[in-house]
Design a protein. Sequence first.
Length: 257
Amino acid sequence: MTPLRAGRVFALMLLLTIAAQYLHEAGHWFVYQALGRQPVWGFIGVVQVWGETPVDVAGWTPVVSRSGESGWLRVSSDVSGPVEGALAAAGGPLASVFGALIGWVVGRWSQTETRRAMGVGLVLTTAVAMGLYYARSPWRTGGDEQDIADALGIARWPLDAGLGGYFAVIFGMGLRELKPRRARALWAALALVSGPLIGITLAVADGVLRQATARGDPLTVGILGYSLPVALVGVVGVGLLWVWSQWPLWSATQRPG
Ligand SMILES: [Zn+2]
């Protein structure tokens, strides 16, 4: 494996990590859209501010967190009741579950080596992003699973354990599709680096976006329920993935150089 080829795998991993995060958020976004809540979505959740009031509160809804903190969500009204609450919280994890599964199917059965590599990459990046999240669950308060548990009046740990186990298993299943075998350690390592790197980057970008939206910056206008910068990054990301699928830069089954 040449450094150049490793660099290409890393670039693909970064791109697919963004795709995995977008898929997760799209799951939440879809439920809010389906429930007619007119959301404006950020990079890591619906646009929201805490402990301050937006300059113009039109399009925002005041909410109170579990810990009693008051904030504002960029929705026409908040989801209400156990069914809506559970659906809105479950949308993201479910999208990640299906995203990883579809990645595995593509990684195993797609006709072209490039698409198989991209499928495996989606499995690994999704599993790392979600797996690291569940690994932190004993130290975390809140989160999607807490919201589901609260809405349904059940304990959170079975959700954390079940979903964490699923992503651990599918991570291994994804790695098994990589040929040659010696590529496995590199791909696993690059997915593990890419996950936190993109996770932190999107969290920082989301903080900037929330502040700009609260100030009423016109560049944060919502398009189909996505904040403009989020929509633009999504379009560019899809475009780059399409380019990658057309002009293979690396494939999982290629002989190592
Ligand atoms: Zn989520």
